[in-house]
Design a protein around this ligand. Structure first.
Ligand SMILES: C[S@@+](CC[C@H](N)C(=O)[O-])C[C@H]1O[C@@H](n2cnc3c(N)ncnc32)[C@H](O)[C@@H]1O
Length: 470
């Protein structure tokens, strides 16, 4: 697939590199003695630490949204960084190459893949014409660009290369932060500062140190440029989870704008230039939101202001993509991944008669709790079924007995608990459990029980924590 001599192929050995091994390598990379030291840092490298988790999540999305199996597909993971996505795709049977422009990331990615999967990592700038000399024209089935396009200035060069590498049925998956969304304005995803995503990158240095190359683009920009290279069909992978479902989209947008304006007013700018630059951009933004509230429909408003990351699959042919299926997508996007070190995720989850699964990494033989609230406006007493499944390293279900669970278990449904819900209002719950010796992750299934309606929801904050932290 790739005419490159410098590719380093990993041999397939029996013993897998564990996540813990990768964390040790990462700690060393940051000049630290141990994983514990890394975890004690105020600013933990969580993005790097979660690389494999992002891979699992992305894999699921591709599997849900593509009409073909990943087995045997030729894939390029561009901007692969620590390799989690590349590795996960390889585990699913894809023939995959990870490409990145930074050598030290590739070293970490190779460590991450060591003794695990057969993948190639390649050092290259994917936006340069030279890149297509490395790939046989029309040979690739899937290009993955997760959290990458915002780092690349020459989008035209990049998409031109995509177009050359992909075969006629090929697809591009990408995920980018949406700089217009309220959440990203409140806290820019790379630097964590208010308002940065509204500013031209040339002005960022007035607010932060250095000159990072991060380019927030409008959706129209992406659509136009992909379409220019023949990618006229696209499917949005919708993440509805950030919405306050008790409000309409319009109300959510009005509320979001009010919050932004309040936060803006409370800012203490350090210099006149900062305050001048931000004032100008906030005023542009405010006018645009107010205009859009008059002219855009709910779907357009939601996409422009309420979705924090745009996740899209582009293709040159309509037939490649599954038609949008909102309920299916909701189920996928409602999965919450919590790793060993981050216990809190903010999600609002609509319950349905089908279980909604939330996955989280856990450590074996540890005591955890799951805390949450369930809201109901129904008039009859009902229950919610919370089902817990433990999975091992290979994501295989560990069979009963479900060791250490402090409530009843049935062989056919696994460990479960019925949570009574009130006729209306919030009902809280806490479920304690101890993980079995082989557990690496858990899946929590929530299902409304004996209800006719599906209008229950979980409180946005679902907490999974070590019991000692209760
Ligand atoms: C935020 S990281 C994304 C990592 C990974 N895709 C993930 O989701 O875990 C962006 C990556 O894109 C890489 N990158 C930026 N510009 C690039 C270019 N022109 N060619 C190849 N890689 C590039 C960066 O080095 C970085 O590793």
């Amino acid at each position: 697939m790739v005419a490159m001599l410098i590719l380093i192929r990993q041999s397939h050995l029996l013993c897998n590199m564990t996540h813990q091994d990768f964390l040790s390598t990462l700690a060393k990379h940051y000049g630290l003695q141990s994983v514990e030291q890394m975890l004690a840092l105020d600013q933990k490298p969580t993005y790097a630490m979660n690389t494999n988790m992002r891979g699992t999540k992305l894999l699921e999305k591709l599997q849900e949204n593509l009409r073909r199996p990943l087995q045997g597909q030729k894939v390029i993971d561009i901007g692969c960084a620590y390799g989690g996505i590349t590795i996960e795709l390889a585990r699913a049977g894809a023939e995959v190459i990870g490409v990145d422009i930074i050598p030290s990331y590739l070293t970490l990615a190779r460590e991450n893949a060591k003794n695990d999967v057969d993948v190639s990592f390649l050092l290259a700038d994917v936006s340069k014409k030279k890149f297509i000399e490395l790939v046989e024209e029309g040979s690739i089935d899937i290009i993955v660009a997760s959290d990458v396009l915002e780092h690349i200035y020459d989008s035209a060069g990049l998409i031109f290369n995509f177009s050359k590498c992909l075969n006629a049925d090929g697809i591009v998956y990408f995920k980018v932060p949406n700089g217009f969304s309220f959440a990203v304005i409140k806290r820019e995803v790379h630097k964590g500062k208010f308002g940065l995503s509204l500013l031209d990158p040339d002005c960022w240095h007035y607010f932060i140190e250095g000159r990072p190359r991060i380019y927030y683009r409008r959706w129209d920009y992406f659509q136009a440029i992909f379409s220019h290279f023949g990618f006229n069909s696209f499917k949005v992978i919708k993440d509805c989870s950030k919405l306050d479902s008790s409000l309409s989209v319009k109300h959510n947008v009005k509320k979001g704008l009010e919050e932004i304006l309040e936060i803006y007013k409370a800012q203490n700018f350090e210099s006149a230039i900062q305050s001048e630059l931000m004032e100008e951009q906030i005023n542009f933004y405010k006018d645009e939101v107010l205009d859009d509230l008059k002219n855009l429909d709910s779907d357009q408003l939601e996409f422009k202001y309420l979705i924090n990351f745009w996740e899209v699959i582009f293709s040159k042919q309509d037939k490649i993509l599954e038609p949008n299926n909102v309920s299916k997508l909701r189920q996928v996007s409602n999965r919450v991944y919590v790793n060993d070190y981050v216990f809190l995720e903010n999600k609002s989850v609509q319950l349905t008669s089908k279980p909604i699964w939330i996955s989280a990494s856990v450590s074996p033989n540890e005591e955890y709790y799951l805390k949450g609230k369930i809201y109901s406006e129904l008039v009859s007493p009902n229950h919610v079924l919370v089902q817990i499944r433990f999975l091992d390293d290979e994501s295989t279900l560990l069979s009963p007995p479900y060791q250490g669970i402090s409530f009843s278990a049935l062989p056919d449904v696994g460990a479960y608990r019925y949570i009574p819900i009130k006729k209306s209002g919030w009902s809280g719950f806490t479920v304690p459990f101890t993980t079995p010796a082989l557990a690496k992750s858990i899946e929590l299934g929530f299902r409304s029980w004996k209800v006719k309606s599906n209008s229950l929801s979980l409180e946005p904050a679902i907490e999974i924590g070590r019991k000692s932290q209760e």
